[in-house]
Design a protein around this ligand. Structure first.
Ligand code: PMP
Length: 460
């Protein structure tokens, strides 16, 4: 095909990909993986080598807020690359990173006005955790190092970020820093015992945090890390008031509260950041990435409270040197992409757009519960999850193969109808580009509804 932009055939792409690209979160040596090839992106669509268009249900990996194919993003990136592609972040300042830091500080809640630039979500989280340790070392509290995290949480794939991650089945053969971390039990209200109210469930989950603090002692705990809604653990929305209460407990116990907004920031829940505007809390530290550049380039950030920065200066004076950094911290081209992305979100009113579309999106999602094979649906803003229960009553272990079959079958049927979903065992998650329209949402859920109906007929 003379119009194909690459000289090699799709079959060759797959062959070389199978052979040489060690894909993230995958088995070693997937010689017959034959992944679908993405050639182009346009708006909410991904386009394959045959020109077939697919709605990108997961929006890349929860990150493609403004959609694909934006000329002005390419121009902003190109012109910054021509002007100044790189400078040492240690030795120099430059306009893109200074402007972006100021912009993020202005959007952030409370006094989170200090911005550390990382290369993505994992390194932003890693920085936050290392900062908590650094902070306590400087304060002369070397024992105060433990992290509290939660079952089903996902915070990244660097060593420390992976150590506070607790998706069972992840990381079985990888080492993590187990001595440093305690995981609080799953907060998913769907799991509450029959007859228990959501309020009582919330009390129990808050009590789990209090119990962990009394077991270990606040003087051994540096920080608590929490996703506002737990994304890749299966879109777990906490019971109302959970975040506010846990935030207070952390404050009372001198435990830093890290809000991992890698998924929830930049409009996914209809606001720049969800912590304050959706959940009413001001954390000590916020981590973000993904939607910061809408996936056009990699970038992450760790936003730190001025109170902590002041304490550090008081405690450490000239010695308060945080020896944590990346060659690409504050990369000028990535920062230019983020600034343009933020400008587009603002100019096109995408935060308001998400808030307007949310009731419809969530209503369409919840309609899927009419299928007996669907155990639960849950979501917030433009993010949702449908959880299939093809084999109720089986033990978790027995269910795994069947559950996986559910996810994979729904995925295959949706793909045949032009929708990408992201199967997570027995769940499919959605976080489409924020530019999605109401008719496109309807199209997405119509396809899903049909696919689930077909899978139900096959499996139940
Ligand atoms: N935190 C959360 C909440 C995430 O969802 C992710 C990625 N899915 C990360 C951190 C890690 O981000 P990255 O993959 O950019 O390193």
């Amino acid at each position: 095909n003379p119009e194909t932009p690459t000289a090699i055939s799709p079959e060759t792409v797959q062959k070389w990909d199978n052979r040489h690209f060690f894909h993230p979160w995958d088995t070693v040596g997937g010689e017959d993986a034959d992944r679908m090839i993405a050639v182009e992106g346009e708006g909410i669509y991904l386009i394959d080598p045959d020109g077939r268009r697919f709605i990108d249900g997961p929006g890349g990996m929860w990150n493609v807020q403004i959609g694909y194919g934006r000329t002005e993003m390419a121009e902003a990136i190109g012109s910054q690359a021509m002007k100044l592609a790189y400078h040492s972040p240690w030795a120099f300042a430059s306009e893109p990173s200074a402007l972006l830091a100021r912009r993020l500080a202005a959007m952030a809640p409370g006094d989170l006005k200090t911005v550390f630039f990382a290369t993505g979500g994992s390194s932003a989280v890693d920085t936050a955790l290392r900062f908590a340790q650094f902070y306590n070392n400087l304060r002369g509290l070397p024992e105060k190092k433990r992290f509290l995290a939660r079952e089903k949480g996902y915070h990244g794939s660097t060593y420390l970020a992976a150590s506070v991650t607790a998706k069972e089945r992840d990381g079985n053969l990888l080492d993590t820093e187990k001595r440093l971390v305690h995981f609080l039990p799953n907060i998913n209200p769907y799991l509450r015992p029959e007859g228990m109210s959501v309020e009582d469930w919330c009390d129990a989950k808050v009590a789990d945090l209090e119990a962990a603090i009394s077991v270990y002692g606040a003087d051994t705990i540096a920080a608590y890390i929490s996703e506002p809604i737990m994304a890749s653990g299966g879109v777990i929305v906490p019971p109302p008031d959970y975040h506010r209460r846990t935030r207070e407990i952390c404050r009372e116990n001198d435990i830093l509260y890290i809000s991992d907004e890698v998924v929830t920031a930049f409009g996914r829940l209809g606001h720049w950041f969800a912590s304050e505007e959706v959940f009413g809390i001001v954390p000590d530290i916020i981590t973000c990435a993904k939607g910061l550049t809408s996936g056009y380039l990699p970038l992450g950030a760790t936003l730190i409270s001025d109170r902590l920065m002041a304490e550090i200066c008081d405690a450490g004076g000239e010695d308060a040197v945080f020896k944590n950094g990346y060659t690409y911290s504050g990369h000028p081209v990535c920062c230019a992409a983020a600034l343009k992305n933020i400008e587009i979100i603002e100019r096109e009113g995408l935060l308001e757009h998400v808030r307007e579309l949310t009731p419809h999106f969530q209503a369409r999602l919840n309609e899927l519960r009419r299928h007996p094979i669907v155990g639960d649906t849950r979501g917030m803003g433009l993010v949702g999850c449908v959880e299939g229960h093809p084999a109720p009553g089986m033990s978790e272990r027995e269910r795994l193969a069947i559950d996986q079959e559910f996810g994979n079958r729904v995925d295959a049927k949706c793909e045949a109808m032009g929708l990408i979903v992201r199967p997570l065992i027995n769940m499919c998650v959605f976080s489409p580009p924020l530019i999605i329209t109401r008719p496109q949402i309807d199209r997405m859920f119509d396809i899903l509804d049909k696919a689930i109906g077909q899978v139900e007929a096959e499996m139940m």
